[in-house]
Design a protein around this ligand. Structure first.
Ligand SMILES: NC(=O)c1ccc[n+]([C@@H]2O[C@H](COP(=O)([O-])OP(=O)(O)OC[C@H]3O[C@@H](n4cnc5c(N)ncnc54)[C@H](O)[C@@H]3O)[C@@H](O)[C@H]2O)c1
Length: 209
């Protein structure tokens, strides 16, 4: 599969293709042209063909794409054909919402451990997972072969949490804290900065007036 040096812009479009293809499959639609996929996704047909060609191309001239094959292959490209073992830190409003959402575990992201520094929160259960004290996190990560850390704490303390995650063997961080974490090169951080997204909306609304 020729997926070396694929740009981040392409990678960021793949989940959207995957989502629409999954919906098509649910609706029992067996094939789709890049033109039809373009109408759904708002990407141009040539963009779609170019994007998919990065990975070897899956369409056939005059036929389009086989929805099931393409969805499965994109799933593999996105790494969704395996399960991921994760811990979540910060069992507050956001942490609880994420831990309670079944969609993530259905996609193969299993939250096996939840940690919080507040003793009033530790001992409580979120979807059968007991919230543990931060002191227990390092050993838990090592013993349970955890790959992903989900940070749902305030900015303060988030860098120290990231450091502990990395020292303990985590290789991916899903970061909801409004902080730019410093991590070694071999560690992948995906930030979800909800406020920044909201401020972009605010800008775009202002520009329309
Ligand atoms: N709640 C949302 O919808 C939302 C929206 C946008 C951004 N965020 C961001 O997500 C983060 C969490 O927000 P929230 O609303 O869930 O906050 P919250 O105050 O409800 O929960 C934070 C939890 O983290 C724990 N915590 C704090 N510092 C810690 C540390 N150093 N180690 C371990 N645990 C620690 C607290 O005890 C608490 O249980 C914040 O950074 C916030 O900016 C949340």
């Amino acid at each position: 599969m020729k997926n070396k040096n694929v740009s981040m812009a392409v990678i960021r479009r793949l989940p959207k293709y995957y989502r629409y293809l999954s919906e098509l499959l649910e609706n029992d639609i067996k094939r789709i042209s890049s033109k039809e996929l373009s109408k759904l996704t708002d990407f141009t047909a040539s963009q779609i063909r170019q994007d998919l060609n990065n990975f070897g191309g899956f369409g056939q001239q005059g036929y389009g794409y086989n929805v099931e094959d393409l969805q499965r292959e994109l799933g593999k490209i996105l790494g969704l054909d395996k399960t991921y073992r994760a811990v979540l830190i910060g069992a507050g409003n956001l942490g609880q919402a994420i831990a309670n959402y079944r969609g993530f575990s259905d996609s193969g992201f299993e939250i096996l451990g939840i940690f919080d520094k507040n003793p009033k929160v530790t001992g409580k259960k979120l979807r059968d997972v007991e919230v543990k004290a931060m002191e227990d996190m390092g050993d838990f990560i090592k013993e349970n072969d955890i790959e992903i850390g989900i940070i749902c704490t305030p900015k303060e303390g988030s860098q120290e949490i990231a450091d502990t995650l990395v020292e303990s063997g985590v290789t991916g961080i899903w970061n909801f804290a409004p902080a730019d974490l410093k991590v070694p090169e071999n560690i992948t951080v995906e930030d979800v900065h909800l406020n920044e997204s909201l401020f972009t909306l605010s800008y775009l609304l202002k520009e329309k007036k």
